[in-house]
Design a binder for this molecule. Structure first.
Ligand SMILES: Cc1ncc(C[n+]2csc(CCOP(=O)(O)OP(=O)(O)O)c2C)c(N)n1
Length: 380
């Protein structure tokens, strides 16, 4: 039987016998250098107007402010935990900005910046971390999935969703956000393989922030880079400087465009750094040095972009002040919305899960009832 006979409908033969065509260059694509000077890189043109530049900057500033406020709310006991995006603003905002309105994104727990670009109210994200019942957003409204706490599951959601879209003939691309640690998970492997074999219109955006909690990249993989893993799946790998919002945008845009044109999935590695703790429950001083942190602070994504915008005359002092005021108003809104927000009834944990509840269910429900009654001062 020929290969053609067993190939699923709509799936083309392996396009190239030469894996070199899929290989990323070792050096990440960088359009803005550390001082904010712009360099053209062939193959990654920028199609941004001044207004887009200001939007990118605005989203990064809002993300950072929402992030800082979230950490404060956690410290005040208003959130159970919070996972900071400090340092990853460019990777998230640049990549999300490369999606069109009809596209979808499936995030992890760290994606406040991407959420903002998709129009998700940040308080909805915080209600997840507060544990408010139904605190999250409606995924359909903003085409942004629920935050995935298990590592890597959202890669499968994205691949499956992209397959569905392809079957429906829908013009949409799906982005999946996950970290360097997630690339060691079976779920990510299955998603990458499946998406490649069936040519799903899916872009896997890996924010390589150098750590999976305390595990450094050097103990995460022996691959030359994370982007090189793409070759094993038969899809192109791209690397960009994830602290350069323009590079992240341009590289992501290219991957999204080719997926939209039916050329299949791609893996984009955004090389960046988590400048805060893994979550508010973590102490990063136990596994990384002050010098290392200082080196990455020097490459701050917002400062770098700001110097470019100011040099080009795209951002003036008045616009900056306006954006800062908007960021303060956002922080105020978050405090108002989250502070002492009531929790739902934990008994609802048992609703909407099974049509036919399993045997142990009633027993567990009774246990919870007793616990809650005793906490409420009852005599159960
Ligand atoms: C399936 C699964 N295993 C383990 C964990 C515990 N865990 C939480 S975060 C994390 C590290 C993830 O690192 P990475 O994928 O690099 O993302 P980052 O947190 O750096 O954004 C782990 C192992 C989990 N949430 N889910």
């Amino acid at each position: 039987m020929s290969d053609d006979a067993v190939r699923p409908q709509g799936v083309s033969p392996n396009t190239s016998d030469d894996p070199a065509e899929l290989l990323p260059p070792l050096e990440p694509v960088q359009l803005l250098d550390d001082d904010g000077a712009l360099h053209d890189v062939s193959g990654f043109p920028l199609d941004l107007k001044d207004a887009d530049h200001r939007e990118l900057y605005r989203y990064m500033v809002l993300s950072r402010r929402a992030d800082k406020q979230s950490i404060n709310l956690q410290r005040q006991g208003q959130l159970g935990v919070y996972a900071s995006l400090l340092g990853q603003e460019a990777a998230q905002v640049g990549s999300a900005y490369a999606l069109d309105a009809q596209d979808w994104a499936f995030p992890s727990y760290r994606e406040m910046g991407a959420a903002l670009v998709r129009g998700v109210p940040p308080e909805a994200i915080l209600h997840t971390f507060r544990g408010t019942w139904l605190g999250d957003h409606d995924p359909h409204e903003h085409r942004f999935g629920l935050l995935s706490i298990p590592i890597g599951t959202q890669a499968l959601h994205a691949a499956g969703f992209a397959m569905g879209a392809k079957f429906d003939g829908a013009d949409l691309v799906v982005a999946s956000y996950f970290g360097d640690g997630a690339t060691s998970e079976g779920d990510a492997h299955e998603a990458l393989n499946f998406a490649a074999v069936f040519e799903a219109p899916c872009v896997f955006l890996v924010q390589n922030n150098q750590y999976a909690i305390s595990v450094p990249l050097s103990q995460q993989t022996k691959a030359p880079t994370i982007a090189h893993k793409a070759v094993g799946y038969g899809m192109p790998g791209y690397r960009c400087d994830g602290n350069d919002v323009l590079a992240t945008y341009a590289v992501m845009r290219r991957a999204v465009d080719r997926a939209r044109q039916g050329e299949g999935p791609a893996l984009v590695e955004a090389v960046t750094y988590r400048m805060e703790a893994h979550t508010t429950a973590d102490d990063p001083t136990r596994y990384r040095s002050d010098d290392e942190l200082a080196e990455w602070q020097r490459r701050d994504p917002i400062a770098r972009y700001q110097s470019f915008l100011e040099r080009e005359g795209i951002l003036d002092a008045a616009t900056r002040e306006e954006i800062d005021a908007e960021a303060d108003a956002l922080a105020h809104r978050l405090r108002e919305n989250v502070y002492d927000a009531p929790h739902g009834d934990p008994r609802e944990l048992f609703e909407h899960v099974y049509v036919h509840p399993p045997g142990t269910y009633a027993e567990q429900r009774a246990l919870l009832d007793r616990e809650l009654t005793s906490r409420e001062g009852g005599d159960a």
